[in-house]
Design a protein around this ligand. Structure first.
Ligand code: PLP
Length: 451
């Protein structure tokens, strides 16, 4: 069956959501588990879409939202201030580095990235740099599904379809340093990848380039790809040299996911604008945000304001969820737990890689771990694409009551990978549980695909 197919499903012939197979009806959820209507239990090893950071059924978040619903369920952001949005902005600003203390709320990750791109462009116009409009992205990458975000996303399947509508922006290769066959050190390779940004800027004409967007640790498109330390400093240096803004997409990596509040905090990164979503509300409400420095926001506000706005931007109930989530992240020590449990998970995945040689390149930070599937791990030969190993892996795990995230890299060197990203409340025992089911799953995959 094709991966991109809408099938009419008996119980919901009218609901037109992307799916490639019949899915169970969800019934309830608690902690790191979900149950379907038949009573089957699933371990949420992907935190939904890598967003349910505080876990399911958190009473404090639910109660905070209920209190807000009882008080004011909606007030239009262009008519009223609301305390929850003001509080969440302050709470976020307190936790973000590098003067990223000007916050703007939206309803999700794509909207957050889209808002970052627009803010960058408006900053250029407001500061008399109208010629700057190109935003360089990476191949492969994922920054969202709206036309604006697709323009900076590096994905062969998506761009093939939508390029004629959205304008595709220039892309540079994502730093897959582990795949290179040369005598360079990993840090030297990091510099080489970063230098490709400079080459691209020069090729495009520096006066036309506005910004560079990247995830500090690559998520959906690259399965927790961690660039070498050298990469970050060099990227910032290049952006500064050409007056180019650095946008970090922390939609997936933010809010403690990688064992620091932001993914970029592992390297003391200095982005100008950051996109947040997912873990910010942990799935309790649709919520996203952009955070920028006053250097960027000031001129835009002075020139008449940000030409942006959504009906649900700064929604009080969503922001109440965000405030409560940040409270839970602190109260339960989830950033620290992510760091500690991430190392436990890394060790277990490396052990699985030893047991199943087709699993290799275990990587990531915190509870944001990934690995690749290879036909020949030494030569890093990908599995034949017609095996659809990533889809089989998801299904075999699901049948065994484990949800994991698995994708095919679509752009640059094609390969299958998977990520294990359970909620940040996950305990050592629960990691053992995840690994036991994952081991059974990989055994079944090996038998089925003759690996
Ligand atoms: N940016 C990144 C890095 C993401 O991983 C995602 C979603 O997976 C998005 C943006 C888009 O977020 P959303 O699906 O909430 O629109």
């Amino acid at each position: 069956m094709s991966a991109v197919q809408s099938i009419k499903i008996g119980s919901r012939p009218n609901l037109f959501h992307f799916t490639r197979r019949s899915q169970p009806m969800v019934d309830r959820a608690d902690g790191i588990y979900l149950w379907d209507k038949s009573g089957r239990r699933y371990i949420d090893g992907s935190s939904g879409a890598v967003n349910v950071n505080v876990g399911h059924g958190n009473r404090n978040v639910i109660d905070a939202m209920k209190r807000q619903l009882d008080r004011v369920s909606f007030a239009y952001i262009f008519q009223f201030e609301n305390e929850q949005a003001v509080t969440l902005a302050r709470e976020l600003a307190d936790r973000l580095p590098n003067g990223l203390d000007r916050i703007y709320f939206v309803s999700g990750g794509s909207e957050a990235v889209e808002a970052c791109l627009k803010l960058a462009r408006q900053w250029a116009v407001a500061t008399g740099q109208d010629k700057r409009w190109k935003i360089i992205g990476r191949m492969p990458s994922y920054h969202g599904i709206t036309l604006g975000t697709l323009a900076v996303t590096g994905d062969d399947v998506l761009t093939k379809t939508f390029d004629p509508i959205g304008r595709p922006m220039p892309l540079v290769p994502a730093p897959f340093v582990h795949r290179n066959r040369d005598n360079l050190s990993v840090d030297e390779r990091g510099i080489r990848y970063a230098n490709m940004l400079e080459e691209k800027i020069l090729e495009q004409g520096p006066e036309s380039v506005l910004a560079f967007i990247m995830e500090p640790i690559g998520g959906a498109a690259t399965a927790a790809l961690v660039p070498p330390d050298s990469y970050f400093a060099r990227i910032r240096e290049i952006c500064d040299r050409y007056g180019i803004l650095l946008i970090h997409d922390e939609v997936m990596t933010g809010i403690g996911r990688t064992g620091k509040f932001l993914g970029g905090d592992h390297w003391s990164c200095r982005p100008d604008i950051v996109a947040l979503s997912k873990g910010l509300s942990s799935g309790y409400a649709p919520l996203g945000a952009l955070a920028a420095t006053e250097r960027i926001v000031g001129p835009v506000v002075a020139a008449g304001g940000f030409l942006h706005g959504h009906t649900y931007g700064g929604n009080p109930v969503a922001c109440a969820a965000g405030v409560a989530v940040l409270g839970e992240v602190d109260r339960l020590g989830l950033v620290e737990n992510s760091a500690v449990m991430g190392e436990v998970l890394r060790g277990e995945l490396e052990a699985l890689s030893g047991r199943f040689p087709f699993v290799a390149d275990v990587r990531g930070k915190g509870l944001f771990m990934g690995a690749e599937l290879y036909a020949d791990p030494l030569a890093r030969t990908p599995l034949p694409q017609n095996l659809n190993a990533n889809l089989r892996l998801i299904d075999l795990a699901f049948e065994r009551g484990l949800i994991i995230y698995s994708r095919r890299v679509r752009g640059g060197p094609v390969s299958d990978n998977f990520m294990v990203c359970p909620p940040l409340i996950t305990t050592r025992e629960q990691i053992g549980e995840i690994i036991a089911v994952l081991g059974d799953t990989l055994e079944a995959l090996a038998a089925e695909l003759d690996l």
